[in-house]
Design a protein around this ligand. Structure first.
Ligand SMILES: [Mg+2]
Length: 204
C-alpha cells in the first residue's frame, strides 16, 4: 500500500470532519443506551490527532498509525478510547512487522482480534466489532471501496436488533434492543469517509 505523507494528513482531516459533522447524532445514539458522550468523546480524540497532524505526517506510516492510536487512547475516554486506540496501535505494530506486499486485510484481522481481547467481546455483542469484522471480510474478498462502505453502514444498522452484551449498554439488558450501537455507528461513519477519500484520491 502507498503510504505518502499526504495520505496520512488527508485521512486525519477526513476523519476529523466526519466526526465533527456527526457529533450530535453520535451523542443522541449514546443517550439512548449509554451516557450520551460518544460524539463529544470521538470529537475530542479526532481533534487531538488533527492537532498533531503535521508531526504525524512526517513519520513512517506504521509509526504514524501507532501514534494516532496512542493519542486516541489518551483523548477519547470512555470505552471507545481503549478500543479505537488498540485498533490503531495494533495496526501500526502489525504493519511494521510485515513487508509492504502483505495484505492489509490480514493486518486488520490482527488488530481487530486485539480489540476483541481488550474489550473481552465478540461479534454479535453489539459493539464496533460488529462493523469491524464485516469490513475485514469485505477487504479479504477484495470488495471495491464503495461496497466496503455500504457493508459498514449496513453492519452498523444491524446492531439495532442486537442485545448489548458488553459496556454500559449491557446494563440495560433487553432495553438495549432497538437502538444502533454508537461505537458501531462511529466506526461505519469513519469507514465510509475513509473509503470515499481513497476512492477519490487513490482510484484503484
Ligand atoms: Mg458514553
Amino acid at each position: 500500500m502507498r503510504t505518502e505523507p499526504v495520505l496520512v494528513s488527508g485521512l486525519i482531516e477526513v476523519c476529523r470532519a466526519t466526526i465533527a459533522a456527526n457529533t450530535d447524532s453520535l451523542c443522541a445514539l449514546d443517550r439512548a443506551i449509554g451516557d450520551g458522550d460518544h460524539g463529544t468523546n470521538m470529537r475530542r480524540g479526532c481533534e487531538a490527532v488533527s492537532a498533531d497532524g503535521a508531526k504525524l505526517s512526517t513519520l513512517p506510516f506504521p509509526d504514524a498509525v501507532e501514534e494516532i492510536g496512542l493519542t486516541l487512547v489518551m483523548n477519547i475516554g470512555g470505552a471507545a478510547g481503549p478500543l479505537y486506540g488498540t485498533l490503531l496501535m495494533e495496526m501500526g505494530r502489525e504493519l511494521r512487522r510485515r513487508d509492504e506486499t502483505s495484505e492489509f486485510s490480514m493486518v486488520l484481522k490482527q488488530a481487530i482480534d486485539a480489540v476483541a481481547r481488550r474489550g473481552r467481546a465478540q461479534e454479535g455483542d453489539k459493539t464496533l466489532l460488529d462493523v469491524l469484522y464485516p469490513i475485514q471480510a469485505a477487504l479479504a474478498e477484495r470488495s471495491p471501496l464503495g461496497e466496503i462502505a455500504i457493508r459498514a453502514q449496513r453492519s452498523a444498522s444491524q446492531t439495532a436488533p442486537m442485545k448489548a452484551m458488553r459496556g454500559r449498554a449491557s446494563y440495560l439488558g433487553d432495553r438495549s434492543i432497538g437502538h444502533v450501537d454508537p461505537g458501531a455507528s462511529s466506526c461505519a461513519l469513519l469507514t465510509t469517509a475513509i473509503c470515499h477519500y481513497l476512492e477519490e484520491h487513490y482510484p484503484q
